[in-house]
Design a protein around this ligand. Structure first.
Ligand code: 13P
Ligand code: SF4
Length: 348
């Protein structure tokens, strides 16, 4: 039963001591996050992986691309394990390297050498490596603005992938007009744009987060009709229409900080993943917090990491029987590291 499993996880953690490190993303379930040695958003977790040079085993409570990033940033003799291999990210799956190779050819035909690739960390190691190889970098939702500014100091155009919404919201914040942004459809291999493509500054890959797209303009209108005083706070993976209507938008960390600093009795409707919203509700009983979408929006792949999978993974480590190791090949890792380092050097 659950209590038995929790007891066993605690015992193994104690036994392995500093040989084991468990980082966890804020969207993970309580049943596993209670065992995390550190929690963070995707930027913080990348930093943690980079700074922990001592743990032999890194059991990652998050999704596949985060574990890949940890493998890229840690030493060769450190072993990164994802407790359930099915914990992917539907957004990261919307861009594969073959599609990007084809797209890049079209970009070069259209824009010659005026374009730089930037990828959200929610992408495969191969896509990060492509960006590293072509002068580009990674971004997270915490530093997307700084990184887009940096990209424009290098080239006059940017291909932003795979999240069109983060790309559009960030470019808009930097004063780029919507008619200066085109969408690239990687299934049809076409630009979605009416007019002269030479006017375009940002090309947005047609990917999205299936969790954050569930927050709608209707949700914002409904919640404001119910309570005009409520503050709407959303993640920039939400659509541009929702972000523009919201009172505040920012990364997972920004959302947590904003709620922590908010005055008692203030009212909040939050547009982000369900586990984080529920955690904020229970941590701040003095504030009135609800999900912007009343149906709540879980990330199904994040939720695949559960207590039985964590225990199974730790049992395997103790039994010297490693499963689900995430290992990025050396060549891909070296170029992906260039892209990640360009970001880590430029964000606080
Ligand atoms: P951040 O942790 O960068 O806010 O990203 C949110 C997310 O969707 C993680 O998958
Ligand atoms: Fe991917 Fe969205 Fe889930 Fe994050 S919340 S892991 S972007 S599907």
């Amino acid at each position: 039963d659950r209590h038995e499993m929790e007891k066993r996880v605690s015992e193994i953690k104690e036994k392995l001591g500093s040989r084991l490190f468990i980082p966890g993303h804020h969207y993970q379930k309580d049943e596993v996050i209670q065992f995390a040695d550190a929690t963070g958003d995707s930027l913080q977790l990348a930093r943690l992986a980079q700074s922990n040079q001592s743990a032999k085993f890194i059991v990652f409570l998050g999704v596949h691309f985060m574990a890949e990033t940890a493998d890229i940033l840690t030493n060769d003799d450190q072993i990164v394990i994802l407790p359930d291999m099915r914990a992917g990210c539907s957004m990261a799956d919307m861009a594969n390297i073959h599609q990007l190779d084809r797209a890049w050819k079209k970009m070069l035909e259209q824009f010659e050498d005026t374009i730089l690739p930037l990828t959200y960390v929610n992408s495969t190691a191969a896509i990060k490596a492509f960006c590293g190889k072509h002068g580009g970098a990674t971004v997270t939702s915490s530093n997307a603005k700084e990184m887009l500014q940096w990209a424009f100091s290098q080239k006059s155009r940017v291909l932003f992938l795979p999240d069109q919404h983060l790309g559009r919201n960030t470019a808009f914040d930097l004063g780029i007009n919507l008619d200066e942004m085109a969408v690239w459809d990687p299934i049809e291999d076409v630009f979605e744009y009416e007019g002269d493509l030479n006017k375009v500054k940002v090309i947005l890959w047609k990917g999205y987060c299936s969790v954050h797209e569930k927050f709608t303009v209707q949700n914002v209108n409904d919640i404001r009709a119910k309570d005009p005083e409520i503050n709407v706070l959303v993640h920039p993976e939400c659509t541009h229409e929702v972000v523009r209507l919201s009172d505040f938008s920012g990364s997972t960390n920004f959302i947590i900080d904003t709620i922590e600093k908010a005055p008692a009795k203030s009212k909040w409707a939050i547009g982000t993943e369900m586990n984080l919203v529920n955690r904020l509700i229970s941590m701040h009983p003095d504030k009135q917090i609800e999900s912007l979408n009343p149906n709540m929006c879980p990330c199904l792949t994040m939720n695949r990491i559960d207590l039985p999978h964590l225990l199974w993974t730790l049992d395997n480590i103790v039994g010297d029987n490693i499963h689900n190791q995430i290992s990025v090949d050396e060549e891909t890792a070296s170029f992906a590291q260039i892209a990640l380092t360009r970001m880590l050097e430029r964000s606080l």
